[in-house]
Structures are given as structure tokens and as C-alpha cells.
Design a protein around this ligand. Structure first.
Ligand code: FAD
Length: 367
């Protein structure tokens, strides 16, 4: 039996600990988790109190949403829904998930907008130039390429990039053309109007972010940041009420540094660059952004594009589109259509940036 004096000391102490624990457990704070998917990494931060949304449950739901997109829309998985479609007979309508048909239609709208500079049927050229799902490990894993220069050297020593012969380029180019990809939303089918290979790498990673964001909102979480391989969606605010602040990394001749800070409230940010996935031959750089019209990797002076849009899928595809159009043609289109885009391009002594009108309100002044 505890003595009266001990009780007088312990009880308030226990009550105080209980109150402190209660306050801490109910006070919202940021919880974070990471993982791997689609050949790259993902990071999620969400605002909650201790017991409302236990981290193991949240991370399992988000990973399942991302893994579902990976499994169905990957060109790196021979048994994915997309790859089954890419092997289907020409002219035969193939039933696919409704969201794949919807994503293809969104991509075709961006193809129309860009006069074919953006084209998800570019797969044969991507594969021919060595940027597709062949044996190259780490391909597309931007973090590995950017953060470990020796990894790039090793990669290029193992898989030296090569310039295909012109006949092979012409043959692959003949298999490109978004106009030959039939969509039917009514019966949720796609049809290959000719021998073609659909590559959703430029839009489905962004779509995965949107799916993960929907999964978080389905759990009742409204304040979060989801990032997959550089594509980010932010919703709500941090516990102190401030907006999520994102860094736009910039190309500084092969390494990356922060070149701008933005606060895109309840929007998505995607970036594409020529310094994340490329090979060099005779000092010339060939990146994974292919111009469907020429059949060659785009070689304009452009180094990186950052796009802010309502969905991550849109931002992802638009960033790739602008990498093909280049900063001059891209800036004109962005300003004409009110798209928030920021272009970084190489100059003789480094790089310079230009920003569309719609992007400017998101920039955080850097003092
Ligand atoms: P972005 O600019 O967003 O996309 C560039 C990609 O778009 C190119 O790699 C090419 O595929 C395509 N492209 C090039 N030119 C054009 C054009 N003119 N129009 C349209 N598209 C074009 N990588 C792995 O190494 N291993 C994996 O297991 C793997 N699985 C994946 C699964 C899925 C579902 C997706 C979407 C991608 C996967 N990737 C994988 C690819 C990797 O994530 C890509 O490098 C990444 O999606 C490209 O994004 P990015 O931001 O680097 O470049």
C-alpha cells in the first residue's frame, strides 16, 4: 500500500504525464515514410495526430496504390496490362482498365497541343536509343544517376550508349504516331491501328502520385505531400499552417542544386531534365527525351522544365512535352495556354531560366 505522502507525489506526476501524453498524442504533427516503386523512390509526409492515422496502415495503403499503377502500366514488367496490350494483334480492340484509356486520351490531347512533340507511342524509339526496359539497371532511377556520378560512369562503361543506324531510326519512327492508337471509353478498349508500342513512362509516374494522393484522402488525410521520382503533389498545409514548400532542383552541368523554391498550394509539380538519364558519345549528350518527328533525342539547349498543374499526371506529361519543344517554343505555348512552366537552359557559362506568367505566383522570393 503506498504511503499517503508517496500517493500525494505520484498521483499528480502520473496525471501530469497522462495530460502531456494526451496533448502530444492529439497534437497534429508530420509523419513520413519512404519506399521504392517504378524503378525509383517515393517519399510521403502527412499531417495527423498519433492515433488518428497509424503510420503502418497509411504506408501500406499508399504503397498498394503505387504498386497497382506500377503493375498495370509498366513497360518494365512483361506481364503488365500495358505490355499485354503492346503485344496484341494490330486492329483488335483490347479491353483495358478505364483509367488506362483515360490516361491515353489525356496524353493524346497533349500530343495535339504540341503538334506531336509529345507522343506516348514513342516507345520503339525510346527502346532503340537504349532508354527503355532493357537490361540497363538503374535506368530512370534519377536519384542514383544524379547523386552518384561514379554510378553514371559505371553504367556507361557497362552499357555504352550507342547511336543507332539511320535505317533503324527510320524503321522505329514508322511505328510512332499517336493518331494510330484508337481509344473507346464506352467499352474501355484500346486498339493498335498499326505496329506500335505505347510507353506511359512520361505520364504514369505522375498518375501514381495522384492515386497515392487519392488513397490518403480516402483515409481522411487532407494535409500531405507525396513525391515519386521527382513528381510531387501537395495538399493542405503543414501543422503550423504554412504551405508545403518545394525545391526545384536545377541542372548545374551534371550535378543538381536547388534553383528555385515554390509553394504550389493544392497542386502538383513535375520536372523533366536531360541530365538525369542520358549517355554521351564524343562529348555530345543524348537524353531520354526523344523527338518523335526526328527520331533522335532532343538536342535543343534546354536542360530542365518544371511544371505546376492540377494533377501530377498532367504536370508530368507537360514537362516531357516542353523538354521536346525547348524553352523558346515552350515558353510561347505555356504563356498562350496559361500553363505554369519554368525552363532552365544551358548557356556558355552555366545555365539561365525563363518562367511563364502562370508560374510566377508560385515562386518564393529568395533573399
Ligand atoms: P520524364 O520526362 O517524365 O519521362 C521521360 C520518359 O518518357 C522517357 O524515359 C521515355 O520513356 C518517354 N518519352 C521520351 N520522349 C517522349 C516523348 N516525346 N513523348 C512521350 N514520352 C516520351 N524504370 C526502371 O528503371 N525500372 C522500372 O522497373 C521501372 N518501372 C516503371 C513503371 C512505371 C509504371 C513507370 C511509369 C515508369 C517505370 N520506370 C522504371 C521508368 C522510370 O520511372 C522513368 O525513367 C520515369 O518514369 C521517367 O520519368 P522522368 O521524370 O525521369 O522523365
Amino acid at each position: 500500500m503506498l504511503s499517503r505522502s508517496l500517493r500525494r507525489t505520484l498521483v499528480p506526476a502520473i496525471l501530469l504525464i497522462a495530460v502531456v501524453f494526451l496533448v502530444l498524442s492529439t497534437r497534429p504533427r508530420i509523419y513520413s515514410f519512404q519506399g521504392q516503386v517504378m524503378g525509383t523512390s517515393y517519399n510521403v509526409s502527412y499531417v495527423s495526430s498519433l492515433f488518428s492515422h497509424p503510420l503502418p496502415e497509411v504506408s501500406a495503403v499508399v504503397h498498394a496504390a503505387l504498386a497497382d499503377v506500377d503493375q498495370r502500366m509498366s513497360t518494365y514488367k512483361p506481364d503488365s496490362e500495358l505490355m499485354r496490350f503492346n503485344r496484341a494483334p494490330v486492329g483488335q480492340p483490347v479491353k483495358v482498365s478505364a483509367d488506362i484509356v483515360e490516361l491515353v486520351r489525356q496524353a493524346q490531347i497533349i500530343s495535339e497541343m504540341s503538334g506531336g512533340a509529345y507522343d506516348i507511342t514513342v516507345g520503339p524509339l525510346v527502346n532503340l536509343w537504349g532508354f527503355g526496359p532493357q537490361e540497363k539497371p538503374g535506368n530512370g532511377n534519377a536519384e542514383q544517376l544524379v547523386n552518384a556520378p561514379e554510378f553514371v560512369q559505371w553504367l556507361d562503361s557497362q552499357f555504352p550508349g550507342h547511336i543507332p543506324d539511320p535505317a533503324a531510326i527510320d524503321q522505329a519512327r514508322a511505328q510512332v504516331g499517336y493518331q494510330s492508337l484508337g481509344t473507346n471509353q464506352g467499352d474501355s478498349t484500346l486498339t493498335r491501328g498499326k505496329e506500335l508500342f505505347v510507353d506511359l513512362s512520361s505520364i504514369a509516374k505522375g498518375y501514381g502520385v495522384d492515386q497515392a494522393a487519392d488513397a490518403l484522402r480516402g483515409l481522411g488525410i487532407d494535409d500531405f505531400m507525396v513525391e515519386v521520382g521527382g513528381e510531387v503533389m501537395v495538399r493542405g498545409a503543414k501543422p503550423n499552417g504554412n504551405p508545403w514548400r518545394l525545391a526545384v532542383i536545377g541542372p548545374e552541368m551534371g550535378k543538381s542544386g536547388v534553383s528555385a523554391l515554390v509553394e504550389p498550394v493544392d497542386k502538383a509539380l513535375a520536372t523533366s531534365g536531360d541530365y538525369l538519364n542520358f549517355f554521351e558519345v564524343d562529348g555530345k549528350r543524348y537524353s531520354h527525351t526523344i523527338n518523335p518527328r526526328s527520331g533522335w533525342p532532343e538536342a535543343k539547349r534546354i536542360a530542365e522544365v518544371a511544371v505546376i498543374a492540377d494533377t501530377t499526371a498532367q504536370a508530368d506529361a507537360l514537362a516531357t512535352m516542353f523538354m521536346v519543344l525547348g524553352d523558346e517554343e515552350g515558353l510561347k505555348l505555356a504563356n498562350r495556354l496559361g500553363i505554369a512552366a519554368r525552363f532552365a537552359y544551358y548557356t556558355n557559362d552555366g545555365f539561365a531560366t525563363v518562367t511563364s506568367e502562370a508560374f510566377k505566383p508560385y515562386l518564393v522570393p529568395q533573399g
